[in-house]
Design a protein around this ligand. Structure first.
Ligand code: SF4
Ligand code: SF4
Ligand code: SF4
Length: 660
């Protein structure tokens, strides 16, 4: 059979269809925000439409006077330009999975409608923007595009919000971002995004940003704007003074899990090579060190086992202590797509998270355990798998360590670990737990996704190890659709850990006590590295209150706001002699700072982020840094010149020693 797609007759038909569309369309291309980037306009040109005959004989009914819905702050819905192609409805259903849109009415009255003829803001819409991206006309248009017009150039970069690590095309007009368009070739997001990455980048150019370095002798003094040289010189001299007075270990630094890998690497190098100790830490150690430790102990690697795409091959999905629709929305959309296609769902969470019951998705099991009973629950799941003969024997024989397996099997099969015995502890009915364990072990490709509800507990590492053991015992590691998958929080939580931001580990999770590892870095950096693990953030606070820790460099982390026990943190910071904060805003921590150094947003620098899959993605400078050093050096890289200066001093000292 031959199919003809081009002929005179077809061209006439296409022109006729287009003429009908345009007969009910405002002809204001010249003043339309999508002029030059509109599929309807392109198609009218493509089919050679030159005239519209249907409104020659007087007024006809059209939709061209319909009112806009401007309730959403990020985009406008202009029904007068809608061709009811249904693309937005499908994007909301198939890509985003929110089902906020429908086509209401019939025939001439057919219209795209959020919810039950509500405004966008009143509906279930979560402002992900997938419908805006899918719209072939100016019906759904970004407010920023309406204001700024079409962008002539774009740069591909990576979102700086969460551990999904979505790729975006930053569409630029001069040095101004017009819009962020999810990049179709982005491996983490496949062209989708959430409200944060797509619309919430205005902070980068917000008027409250601090663009000049500032210093003050006391935190009660007013800030004084100074040059970069003076600010860095002051910080360096203060830190040297503190070390001379209180000892080498009296200062330290905090690495941001929002900054790039390269910046994180520089800060830990600053601490180790210039401060001469290992007092470096990061929020990522608090939130996901159980992942690093637990997975290293069980699987040999401090990271999850799968790509996000892997979920498309899962038959059973177990979500433990995570709320992907809120925390990792783009991954959640992928997961929901798989669930709508028939995968089974087990939710282990005291809360009724969205996934438990959302449009076209209902959890097969929702194990509402009591907070703090993760280990008991995971052990009970293992008990069922072992005692009911659901183990993957061939997989275990081939891939697992025999002695460790025997010990684990003997322990979990103890009667006190049965769901019946544990029900009083976990609060989960035994039959529910048994059902979930059977489903996980026998339902096909089974994947576990977990979050801070697992890791931010005293027994976090034990739960992570228990999860990894469940996966191995059922043969659910080592192929697509299965695995153990930590959902990391901030954009570079994985990267900041990889870069050596822990007080006991050099880059690559290599322990500072290992002389072979130290000598590698010592010869690369030409300094001596302390073999003693440094202080963790809480230890820094304790030491500060005890009078032995007096100086801190804090890179892009608002510890007063985000660390527990705010009063304790504030008291510790108040007792220090020099705190250097580098950030883009004067945050809560800066209230206790003596030096403020303006940082760069993700739009202003080059580098890389490592996402929850451990995918390393490029971050590209799309606009000049607003707070650049006059020399052109990026402000966030300031540790490098400073470290170099200190390294020179240390080198000179070593040289003097060796001559002596
Ligand atoms: S939506 Fe397209 S066809 Fe319609 S007025 Fe705007 S540019 Fe022209
Ligand atoms: S913005 Fe997202 S959630 Fe809202 S209607 Fe569009 S696709 Fe649906
Ligand atoms: S899911 Fe995460 S990485 Fe993706 S756009 Fe949203 S905040 Fe950014």
């Amino acid at each position: 059979m031959k199919v003809k797609t081009q002929s005179d007759k077809l061209a006439d038909l296409r022109r006729g269809v287009m003429e009908l569309y345009i007969s009910d369309h405002p002809l204001d291309c010249l003043t339309c925000p999508t002029n030059g980037n509109c599929e309807l306009q392109d198609m009218a040109g493509e089919v050679g439409l030159r005239e519209v005959r249907y409104n020659d004989g007087g007024p006809i009914a059209t939709h061209t006077e319909m009112k806009k819905d401007e309730s959403n702050p990020y985009f406008t819905y202009d029904p007068s330009k809608c061709i009811v192609c249904n693309r937005c409805v499908r994007a909301c259903e198939e890509t985003q999975g929110t089902f906020a849109l429908t086509i209401s009415g019939r025939g001439f009255d057919s219209r795209v409608s959020p919810g039950t003829s509500q405004s966008f803001m009143e509906s279930d819409c979560v402002s992900c923007g997938a419908c805006v991206q899918a719209c072939p006309t100016a019906t759904l248009t970004e407010t920023s595009v309406i204001k700024l017009g079409q962008a002539p150039r774009s740069v591909v970069t990576t979102c700086a919000y969460c551990g999904v690590g979505c790729s975006f095309k930053a569409e630029m007009k001069g040095n101004e971002v017009v819009r962020m368009v999810p990049y179709k070739d982005g491996k983490a997001n496949d062209g989708h995004a959430c409200v944060k990455g797509r619309f919430a980048w205005g902070y980068a150019t917000h008027q409250d940003r601090i663009l000049k370095p500032m210093i003050r002798a006391k935190i009660t003094d007013p800030w004084r704007e100074v040059s970069w040289e003076e600010a860095i010189g002051y910080a360096a001299s203060e830190f040297k003074r503190i070390q001379a007075k209180h000892g080498k270990d009296s200062i330290g630094g905090i690495v941001s899990s929002r900054c790039t890998n390269e910046e994180g690497y520089l800060v830990q190098k600053l601490v180790r090579a210039a401060f001469g100790n290992n007092n470096v830490d990061t929020c990522a150690r608090v939130c996901h060190s159980p992942t690093g430790y637990g997975l290293k102990q069980t699987l040999g690697e401090s990271a999850g086992t799968q790509t996000f795409k892997s979920v498309e091959k899962s038959d059973v999905i177990m979500v433990i202590g995570a709320n992907p629709t809120d925390g990792h929305p783009v991954f959640a959309s992928r997961m929901k797509k798989r669930l709508r296609a028939g995968a089974k769902l087990i939710v282990v969470d005291p809360r009724k998270i969205d996934l438990v019951d959302s449009p076209h998705i209902r959890a097969d099991y929702h194990l509402q355990l009591r907070p703090g009973t993760n280990v008991a629950l995971v052990t009970s799941l293992a008990h069922v798998i072992v005692t009911e003969g659901l183990l993957a024997d061939a997989y275990i024989a081939e891939r697992c360590e025999d002695r460790a397996f025997q010990q684990w099997r003997d322990f979990v099969s103890l009667p006190e670990n049965s769901p019946e015995a544990m029900a009083a502890v976990t609060g989960v009915a035994a039959d529910q737990l048994r059902g979930a364990a059977r489903l996980y072990a026998t339902g096909g490709n089974a994947a576990i996704y977990y979050g801070l509800g697992v890791t931010e507990h005293a027994q976090g590492s034990t739960t992570v190890m228990g999860i990894a053991n469940l996966a191995m015992a059922t043969g659910n590691v080592g192929r697509e659709g299965v695995g153990v998958n930590p959902l990391r929080g901030q954009n570079n939580v994985q990267g900041s850990c990889d870069m050596g931001s822990f007080p006991h580990e050099l880059p690559g999770y290599r322990h500072v006590s290992d002389s072979t590892v130290r000598s590698l870095f010592e010869s690369a950096w030409n300094v001596e590295i302390s073999p003693e693990p440094g202080l963790r953030i809480p230890n820094m606070f304790e030491a500060a209150l005890g009078g032995s820790f007096m100086g801190m460099y804090c890179q892009g982390e608002d510890i007063v706001q985000s660390d527990p026990n705010t009063q304790h943190v504030a008291a510790a910071l108040s007792s220090m002699e020099c705190i250097v904060v580098q950030d883009i805003f004067l945050n809560e921590t800066a209230k206790y700072a003596h030096v403020f150094l303006p940082g760069s947003s993700f739009l202003e620098k080059d580098g890389t982020f490592t996402n929850a899959e451990r995918r390393i993605s490029r971050v590209r400078k799309v606009m000049p840094p607003k707070a650049a050093m006059p020399t052109g050096r990026r402000p966030s890289c300031w540790p490098m010149p400073w470290a170099t200066r200190w390294t020179t001093r240390i080198r000179r000292r070593s040289w003097t020693r060796s001559r002596a």
